[in-house]
Design a protein around this ligand. Structure first.
Ligand code: PLP
Length: 445
């Protein structure tokens, strides 16, 4: 017997432990999804303006990916990592080619993003023989022990109890919050932060540092666009001190910024690229590390002490092949660049029009609006790490009107599926404008 929406929600509340929340809270039961939309059991339709957790890059139920999964499922759902399978071999080559086969050579597959970072950290330690891992405070790298310790936001605290060794955090710039203006103060801010990082590396002992792990564009902490020259500065420090650069592309990768990988927006060359989400758009979980020739050659001579039962899962890799093929055949990068113009123009208009919007940040279809109580003082709508009621209210008002997204203390993410059309944007973006007017009236000084 099929359950009703109400029964599903009740059972979820009773039996499911909810991520990053207290258990037993209200939850929306979702029945189906298609394209940029999903529907609840009462038939209400929602535009997925955050690509769920910035993973449904190609929207929902894309026939090409669904067919690839079905075809593979009929043939062989899973073959163990020790064997070669067509989808795994094919996808590994496709990913190396996408990253640039003149520099990159091999892929280690994981089940998702945290494990990708976890294994990248282990590889960096093995290759360099060093221990310390530097990472940014304003970052998130996943919820397993190592990835969690590398993460910078509050979601790392539980993993730090008992902890993992060798994790060092440094402060990365967030120009608006630090009191600067992007496009004007970049040079000064980049210089200041790079000098501080170099000093910190010296105090930790540069010979002890295996890797710096960074999101190429920080995502879940507010789509933070680094000052021009900052990423290049970090890269130069890595080269100077023999430190590996791991670029976490879990959220920013697969054309989210218009380029295959977000690091390609900068003049840098990571040693390890970690990925997940957009590789299959979440249809089947998959993640991994694309490694440079230098890293690959180390593991030609030395045993890779990394392994997972489902590494290179056959069904997941079949989904990955279909997704990567779709991105390329449908010129998704170009489409993102076109849609970016519409979204960025709208977001800039929101800054001009609304008291509650202090800054807009958008690269490709990776965007966030900074929500403030007071535009002059830049006082955030909610302080970092302090639970509040205004932001949840904003997300609920948006959802009531069919605009589903998420954010945090002081930002709203706008990261729709990359296949979104001009007409869909024109239909849904005004909802955000309408809700921001309510925020101006109710919550701004
Ligand atoms: N890295 C980044 C940049 C992420 O945004 C996330 C998840 O949002 C992760 C890693 C963790 O990925 P997963 O939840 O698939 O383990």
């Amino acid at each position: 017997m099929e359950l009703t929406g109400k029964e599903i929600a009740e059972m979820h509340k009773e039996y499911v432990m909810q991520s990053w929340s207290k258990s037993g809270g209200d939850v929306l039961p979702v029945e189906k999804a298609k394209g940029i939309y999903f529907w609840d059991y009462d038939g209400n339709k929602y535009a997925d303006m955050a690509s769920l957790l910035v993973c449904s890059n190609l929207g929902h139920e894309l026939p090409e990916i669904v067919e690839a999964i079905k075809t593979q499922a009929d043939k062989m759902c899973f073959m163990a990592p020790a064997y070669a399978s067509e989808p795994k071999s094919k996808l590994a080559k496709m990913l190396v080619d996408l990253a640039g086969n003149e520099v990159y050579q091999r892929v280690f597959f994981t089940n998702a993003g945290a494990e990708a970072n976890e294994n990248a950290i282990k590889m960096a330690r093995m290759v360099t023989g060093r221990t310390k891992i530097f990472s940014c405070y304003r970052s998130y790298h996943g919820a397993t022990l190592g990835a969690s310790n590398a993460s910078g936001d509050w979601r790392r605290y539980a993993a730090e109890i008992g902890g993992a060794n060798g994790f060092v955090h440094f402060m990365n710039p967030q120009m608006y919050r630090d009191g600067y203006t992007k496009g004007i103060d970049d040079k000064e801010v980049a210089k200041q932060y790079i000098e501080a990082l170099e000093l910190q590396l010296r105090y930790e002992g540069t010979d002890n540092v295996a890797a710096i792990i960074m999101e190429s564009i920080v995502g879940a902490n507010g789509v933070i666009l680094p000052p021009d020259g900052y990423m290049e500065g970090v890269y130069e420090l890595c080269k100077k001190y023999g430190i590996l650069l791991i670029c976490d592309e879990v959220m920013a990768g697969f054309y989210r910024t218009g380029k295959p990988f977000a690091w390609m927006n900068f003049n840098i060359q990571p040693d390890i690229i970690t990925f997940a989400k957009g590789v299959t758009c979440g249809y089947v979980p998959l993640g991994g590390c694309i490694v440079s020739k230098r890293v690959a050659s180390y593991f030609q001579e030395n045993v890779l002490q990394c392994g997972l039962t489902y590494s290179g899962h056959t069904l997941a890799c079949a989904a990955g092949c279909a997704a990567v093929q779709y991105y390329q055949e449908h010129n998704i990068g170009e489409h993102v660049t076109k849609m970016h113009e519409i979204v960025a123009e709208f977001m800039d208009e929101m800054v001009k029009k609304h008291k509650c919007i202090g800054e807009s940040r958008c690269i490709g279809l990776f965007g966030a609006l900074e929500v403030v109580k007071n535009k002059k003082t830049r006082e955030p709508m909610q302080e970092y790490g302090v639970p509040g009621t205004v932001m949840p209210w904003i997300f609920a008002e948006l959802k009531k009107r069919g605009f589903a997204t998420f954010g945090r203390e002081n930002f709203i993410e706008i990261c729709p599926p990359l296949i979104i059309t001009k007409e869909e944007l024109e239909e849904y973006l005004p909802i955000l404008d309408e809700v921001l007017t309510l925020v101006d009236e109710k919550y701004c000084d």
